[in-house]
Design a protein around this ligand. Structure first.
Ligand code: MG
Length: 345
């Protein structure tokens, strides 16, 4: 194979596609699904940007900037969910909570967020203000102000109703980026996959009573923050994606006990009906954290005051694989790939 560049096949990575790599010159849905393809795309973007030396944690949920003995934490996220209204919430709720949660898992107290809106000509004003009012209510309840933003409108069919981008800044006394060692305990803050299940049920007109788990997590993380070595909110790519990301970044393995992973019966039923892996399904109000074994019981007890389904699901091990121990044996939990569930957040 030759590496001679072909200007007609100038794919994002700069390499020419081989016959087995067709369509590399156009963006695929899977490159936004939170799995392996998205990780590769982000890697290619990062390679092309100037190297960052002044900020830390630039591939984490929020980048951190040390100043005056504290850390400024900065994050940004865009929301393209469909449908925009779903059981227990709407696009405005996940736009507010998602950014607050990315700050919270870094150990930060959120101090302000931005709200940028791209709207389709003809979008219902009633629905629009319902979304804005949801954000206003969350801002009032949490005391986290919306301090800047932007509004653009594009021609009809230029996009699907509404896209929201929120960025946020927070201040952390201590960033949750402590080294993980074998024996550390992995805890999830509640049942997984409930946002994905609620959304898919609405998308496919299935009758379920389950609602999105979307909520701001800053209070939960503030309550246990000093014991948390690392935390990640569980969003696109679900528990599979974030456990693999944490394991890879820290050069450790994990062993997860399947029966300890909290799963609402409706999540279990719907994922079986649709043939979706519950471990790859998004949450919008859950996080996984790693704590040392000696702090695990007290962290779990505190998290259960917020959510009774919080649970210890496994431990950090040597090696490099995330293994799930089931009743029938062990299996490898890989980073998901393909079109996991497009436009879920
Ligand atoms: Mg995140």
């Amino acid at each position: 194979m030759t590496n001679t560049p072909n200007p007609k096949e100038n794919c994002f990575s700069g390499a020419c596609p081989t016959p087995g790599e067709r369509n590399m010159n156009t963006i695929k849905l899977s490159e936004g699904s939170g799995g392996r393809e998205m990780d590769l795309l982000i890697g290619h973007i990062r390679e092309r940007l100037p190297k960052v030396t002044t900020w830390e944690n630039i591939t984490a949920d929020g980048a951190t900037f040390a100043f005056g003995g504290k850390h400024l934490v900065f994050t940004s996220d865009s929301y393209v969910v469909t449908p925009i209204f779903f059981p227990g919430g709407n696009i405005g709720k996940i736009a507010f909570c998602g950014t607050v949660n990315d700050l919270a898992v870094m150990g930060a107290t959120p101090i302000g967020i931005s709200l940028s809106l791209i709207l389709e000509e003809g979008f219902s004003k009633e629905e629009f203000y319902q979304i804005i009012d949801t954000i206003a209510t969350l801002s009032r309840e949490t005391g986290i102000p919306v301090v800047t933003g932007d509004t653009k409108v594009v021609e009809k069919r230029g996009l699907d109703k509404i896209i929201i981008n929120t960025s946020g800044i927070g201040i952390a006394e201590r960033v949750c980026s402590e080294k993980l060692v074998p024996g550390d305990v992995v805890i999830v803050s509640g049942g997984i996959g409930e946002h994905g299940t609620a959304l898919l049920a609405k998308r496919f007109s299935l009758e379920v009573t389950i609602e999105t788990d979307s909520k701001p997590l800053h209070e939960e993380l503030r309550a246990v923050g000093k014991y948390v070595k690392q935390a990640k909110d569980i969003t696109r790519g679900g528990l599979s994606a974030i456990l693999n990301e944490v394991a890879t970044k820290n050069s450790v393995g994990m062993e997860i006990q399947e029966e300890e992973v909290p799963l609402h019966p409706q999540v279990r039923a719907l994922t079986e009906i649709l043939g979706i892996d519950a471990y790859s399904l998004a949450c919008e109000g859950r996080f996984a954290c790693v704590v040392s074994a000696e702090n695990a019981e007290s962290v779990l007890a505190t998290l259960r005051t917020f959510n009774t389904t919080a649970n210890k699901i496994g431990v950090v091990t040597g090696g490099s694989r995330v293994i799930v121990k089931t009743l029938y044996g062990k299996k490898i939990l890989s980073t998901p790939s393909g079109n996991i569930v497009p436009r879920i957040c």
